[in-house]
Write a protein that binds this ligand. Structure first.
Ligand code: HEC
Length: 151
């Protein structure tokens, strides 16, 4: 889990560097697509670890860091689909991301709100609240995928 978080932090630093230097992007071509796919995979890994904790009725307090990571990563989703990244690296991004940006932003904001709620219940070590919150988080991920990702 810790290695996952460190890898995630490194990815977000790279993403920051990409957006700060618009004229001379560090990330070129398919790199931004590879990066967003890696970020999504890390989110999946984090959520799977959380699910395992819920199923084994483990304390959820240690999941605060992972939940905070989800707040950060879901908050960055909209920056990772710039124009020019519609195709390449076997992307499953649907054209609707660019034709319906406000819907996409709403789906990302919803996921971020669910992640923020997860931080709160994890901090309180509220296992039942965390189980409910994780299910809502999964809904938020899935609802964006249904609309904006090819299956
Ligand atoms: C606002 C929309 C949105 C939200 C919210 C979102 N995703 Fe995604 N996700 C996408 C899109 C679009 C792709 C396709 C990216 C691509 O291939 O370029 C994707 C791809 C993925 C992939 C496949 C990555 C790969 O290697 O190809 C996984 C796994 C994934 N998401 C997990 C998650 C999880 C877990 C969450 C919730 C914590 C989440 N996503 C939240 C839009 C979203």
């Amino acid at each position: 889990m810790r290695a996952l978080m460190l890898a995630g932090a490194a990815l977000f630093t790279l993403a920051g560097a990409a957006s700060a230097q618009e004229s001379e992007p560090i990330l070129q071509g398919d790199h931004i697509i590879a990066l967003r796919q890696a970020m999504m995979d890390l989110q999946q890994g984090g959520a799977a670890a959380m699910k395992a904790a819920v199923e084994t009725k483990a304390d959820v307090k240690p999941l605060v860091a992972g939940a905070k990571g989800l707040v950060a990563s879901t908050g960055l989703i909209t920056t990772m689909f710039p124009h020019g990244s519609e195709r390449g690296h076997e992307t499953r991004a649907k054209p609707e991301i660019w034709s319906d940006p406000s819907g996409f932003e709403k789906a990302a904001a919803n996921a971020r709100a669910q992640a923020e709620a997860l931080v709160k219940v994890a901090e309180a070590n509220d296992q039942a609240g965390f189980a409910t919150g994780l299910a809502a988080m999964g809904q938020a991920c899935g609802s964006c995928h249904r609309q904006y990702r090819t299956q």
